[in-house]
Ligand binder design. Structure first.
Ligand code: FMN
Length: 188
């Protein structure tokens, strides 16, 4: 079965974007679309980046585990909050930690805010960093404005057909890229 890793990026006390990570996990599993695992950066609590994993002499077990989980995933969903128009340090921390793990990896990005614009200003910066490492950032958007109004603490949608339709499209694009990649195999 398809494996999807969901990176929940906010490590903030009282964070709310984690609701969206829970929503995707529930959605993918309840509909039997994929096995989904949340890679929670708050739980990992990685130290501040000091070198890329491939150059670390004695990487910690949780860094190796994280890398292995990204490698093993057919696709990745990144859920990121918007902080002052950018993405959080916690996400930059693990973006730069990895390199080959991102290569040709289908990555879908969901941006989250408690304002009206759904964190959309974050998108190009995280997309660009991933693109530099040749990740395959998928051309579908999933901006979540007013996150608390839209999702409860367990990731349940608080009504709203808009999100249902948007989720369908977002996941369809991700699955298409995963399928396309599996048919193409690796670049020779
Ligand atoms: C340091 C900081 C900066 C923020 N900047 C923005 C912003 O530029 N635009 C916005 O819509 N929301 C902003 N927010 C609110 C977040 O969108 C809000 O906290 C949201 O729930 C997602 O982040 P969280 O998962 O950490 O809760 C900011 C929050 C913090 C903590």
């Amino acid at each position: 079965m398809t494996k999807v890793a969901i990176i929940s990026s906010s490590v903030r006390i009282g964070r709310n974007s984690h609701r969206v990570a829970l929503y995707f996990k529930n959605y993918l599993e309840e509909k039997d679309i994929a096995v989904a695992e949340i890679l929670d950066l708050k739980q990992y609590n990685f130290p501040l980046f000091d070198e890329r994993l491939k150059f670390q002499k004695s990487p910690t077990a949780d860094v190796i585990e994280f890398s292995d989980k990204i490698k093993a995933a057919d696709g990745v969903i990144i859920v990121t909050p918007e902080y002052n128009g950018g993405y959080p340090a916690s996400l930059k921390n693990i973006t730069d930690l990895l390199y080959s793990e991102w290569y040709h990896k289908p990555v879908a990005i969901s941006t989250v805010s408690d304002g009206n614009f759904g964190g959309s200003q974050v998108l190009t910066s995280i997309q660009f960093s991933l693109w530099k490492m040749k990740a395959w950032t998928i051309p579908a958007l999933f901006p979540v404005p007013n996150v608390i109004d839209s999702f409860d603490e367990n990731g349940n949608l608080r009504g709203g057909q808009l999100f249902e339709k948007r989720t369908e499209n977002f996941i369809r694009e991700l699955l298409w890229c995963i399928e396309a990649k599996s048919r193409m195999g690796n670049l020779k």
